[in-house]
Each structure stands twice: as C-alpha cells, then as structure tokens.
Design a protein around this ligand. Structure first.
Ligand SMILES: Cc1cc2nc3c(=O)[nH]c(=O)nc-3n(C[C@H](O)[C@H](O)[C@H](O)COP(=O)(O)OP(=O)(O)OC[C@H]3O[C@@H](n4cnc5c(N)ncnc54)[C@H](O)[C@@H]3O)c2cc1C
Length: 366
C-alpha cells in the first residue's frame, strides 16, 4: 500500500459511516487493511468478490488521504456474526473456538479465546482418559468457558457498535472527540493497565467449585483458586514462570519462614511422593533457607513472590496446585500434603497411584 504515512504503526481512521484499520505486518513490506461497508447495513452492498479498485476507493473515503493498493495476497468481504452455542459439551462432543462463539473482530479477541478454550479442555480430557479423573471434571469446561464467551460477545458487540456502527451526528461526534479521548486514555496508566488486562485476557478468573478449591485461606491477597497464577521474581534471573513451564500440573510449596535442613528433607520427600501420583506432575519448593544454599530449594531473595502469592507474614507458608492452563486449582495457606493428595485424587484421578504414594510417603510430623 502506498500512502503518506509509515508502515510500522497500527492506525484507525474514522470518517462518518466509514471506519478503516491499517495493520502493519512483520517486515513492513506488506500490510493488512480493513474497512466497514455502510452499504451492507441496508443490504445494497455488491455480492461478488471484492475488487481492488472498490477497496481502494473505500479506504480513500475513510482515510481521507491518497491510497494506492497493489498486488493483493487476499481480499474478501466479511460479515460480523454474533452467536454462541448454548452448551459447550453434549456427552462426548465438545465445541471450542469459533465453533462455540463467534463475534465481531473488534478488540482482536477471537483466536486468543479459542486457544484458551482448548487449553482449558485438553488437560481435563487427558485426566479423565489417562489417569481416571471423574467425568464431572469435563463439565467444568462448559461451566468455566461459557460465561467467558458470553462476556466476550457482549464486550466485542459494544466495542463494535461504538467504533463502527454509528452514523449521522453520533458518528460526527465520535470522529471529533474519539481520537482525542483515546489518545488521552492510552497515555494514562490506570485505564491503560485496565485495557491491557481486558484485551490480553489475563484478568479472567473462574468460580470455585468441586475441582477449584480454596482449602484454608488466611490471606485475601495472591491468586485464589480459579485465578491465574501470576509471574513473580524468586531470585536473580529466576521467575515463577520459569517453574510453571510446560502443559502439566504443578504443585508449588512456598515458605516465607526460613527452612532448616530437616524441614527441607521432609518437604522434598513429600513433594517426591506427589510426583509418584501417575501422570505428569511437576513439584517445586520455593523459600528461604536457614543455613547455606540448598539445591533442593528455589532460593528467594526478595519479597516479590511472597507478596504476589499472598504470604504476608515472616512465618507464612502456602501450598498451590497450578493447572496446565496456568490457573490455580487449589490453594492452602499452610502446608498439608495429605489435604493436597486428597484434592489431587479428585482432580487428577490416579487413585491407585495415590494410595501407593501415600503408603510410601514418610510419616508426617503432626
Ligand atoms: C477479520 C478478522 C480479524 C481477526 N483478528 C483477530 C485478532 O487480531 N486476534 C484474535 O485473537 N482473533 C482475531 N480474529 C478471530 C480469529 O481469526 C478466530 O477466532 C480464529 O481463527 C478461530 O479459530 P478456530 O480454529 O476456532 O476456527 P477457524 O479458524 O474457523 O478454523 C476452523 C477450520 O475448520 C475447517 N472446517 C470447517 N468445516 C469443516 C469440516 N466439515 N471438515 C473439516 N474441516 C472443516 C475450516 O476450513 C477451518 O480451517 C479475527 C477474525 C477476523 C474474521
């Protein structure tokens, strides 16, 4: 596309009935452009394939600058739908992605939502089929993801209506104040942060239930069961996300209280017994050590991980089960491996393996 602007920045143009987007693609030699078609509203839009002269004229009208298009890779007419299925699961059939929810592309949410649907469902299928978890775990896919889809349809519809579905004096008002307001808001940290959390979808949380449990909560801070496990600094060059790698369950014991050698040995043995549960479970011990460095412990050198994970006092300890999709499945503001094993037996199945692990686990200190 030849035009008076650069090819590196995302730009939005508003001119009455016409909205246009310019999206630079990597390398900046090609770009993606889109525009709304007001004729589609009253059904007078041409039906055939979209031609380059037609698109060029529409972009010139929306952008009010000379635009020349050439060598198209792909051109298409696109109609925004707004639909969602009632059930994401019926028996052995599951729907994810656009098959389950379809909406306007405003906000760029569709692909990310579909990927999160899949990440939410896949480990549950594996837990039921491979390690014998209860079939009811599969119902939580609908329970967790359907409300997200519903909210998404409302959000993208509102965004689309404000951005692209105004006409007459409302469109003129939007054209006059929209760019100013958007510019001001995106420069303010609070709205910027809020918009980022919304659009990146990292602020989503699921409700507690049979497979999402807060067992013993002393602190309201940090991620509760159903919240996304956040990143946090553990030590120099070591982050929580370095531990929560791979699409698998993680059990994380965190101790703000300094651990002595005996406690480290016992906690490590308990964590190993959980690894023997069957299926892939990674375990981690994160904390402070009373004596010299110990390779069995992820050494903490700042309070960041304690603050982000809700360990407010110098003697706080906590145990977390983090799901493969990055959400906290279980939290206890204490370290009780028996309770953790009981929870895992329901979430992950592997009951036989659990019994075996329990038999082999060292005796717990009271
Ligand atoms: C213009 C536009 C811009 C967008 N921008 C963004 C964005 O910036 N960010 C974002 O997150 N999302 C965006 N989206 C949404 C995103 O593209 C979709 O949400 C995503 O591609 C959906 O993926 P999916 O795998 O669920 O479905 P699809 O990508 O539709 O894949 C379904 C596949 O199944 C195939 N298929 C259908 N029927 C059959 C059959 N009977 N047998 C075999 N195969 C079949 C289809 O051919 C297709 O390949 C945008 C969408 C549009 C239209």
């Amino acid at each position: 596309m030849e035009w008076p602007f650069d090819h590196t920045q995302f730009r939005i143009f508003m001119n009455g009935d016409r909205i246009a987007l310019f999206l630079p693609l990597q390398g900046a030699t090609r770009s993606r452009v889109m525009t709304t078609d007001p004729a589609a509203r009253d059904g007078t839009a041409p039906a055939g394939p979209l031609t380059l002269p037609e698109l060029q004229a529409a972009l010139r009208e929306a952008m009010r600058v000379p635009v020349t298009l050439s060598e198209p890779v792909w051109t298409t007419r696109y109609k925004a739908h707004l639909r969602q299925v009632e059930r994401y699961r019926v028996g052995r059939a599951f729907l994810v992605g656009d098959a389950a929810h379809i909406h306007s592309p405003a906000g760029g949410q569709g692909m990310n939502t579909g990927l999160q649907d899949a990440a939410n469902l896949a480990w549950k299928l594996a837990a039921v089929l491979r390690t014998g978890a209860d079939d009811a775990l599969l119902d939580t896919y609908h329970d967790e993801r359907h409300p997200v889809g519903e909210q998404l349809l409302r959000f993208t519809d509102r965004l689309y209506k404000v951005a692209a579905d105004l006409h007459g004096w409302r469109a003129s008002l939007r054209d006059a104040v929209g760019p100013f307001l958007l510019g001001r808001m995106s420069a303010m940290p609070a709205p910027h942060r809020k918009a980022f959390r919304r659009l990146s979808q990292i602020g989503l949380a699921y409700k507690p239930g049979a497979f999402t449990v807060n067992e013993r909560l002393y602190s309201l801070k940090g991620p509760h069961a159903g919240h996304r496990a956040p990143d946090a600094r553990i030590g120099t060059g070591r982050q929580m996300f370095d531990l929560l790698q791979g699409y698998q369950l993680h059990v994380v014991a965190i101790s703000r209280r300094h651990l002595d050698d005996g406690e480290i040995a016992e906690l490590t043995a308990q964590l190993h017994s959980i690894e023997a549960f069957g299926g892939r479970i990674a375990t981690h011990l994160v904390g402070r050590v009373a004596g010299r460095r110990d390779e069995r412990v992820e050494h903490v050198d700042s309070v960041d991980v304690f603050e982000r994970y809700g360990l407010p006092h110098e003697d706080s300890q906590a145990l977390f089960v983090v799901r493969p999709d990055g959400y906290v499945a279980w939290r206890m503001d204490d370290i009780d491996f028996d309770a953790c094993r009981r929870f895992l037996a329901g979430l992950h199945g592997g009951l036989a393996a659990a019994c075996e692990a329990r038999r082999r686990a060292p005796a717990l200190t009271p």
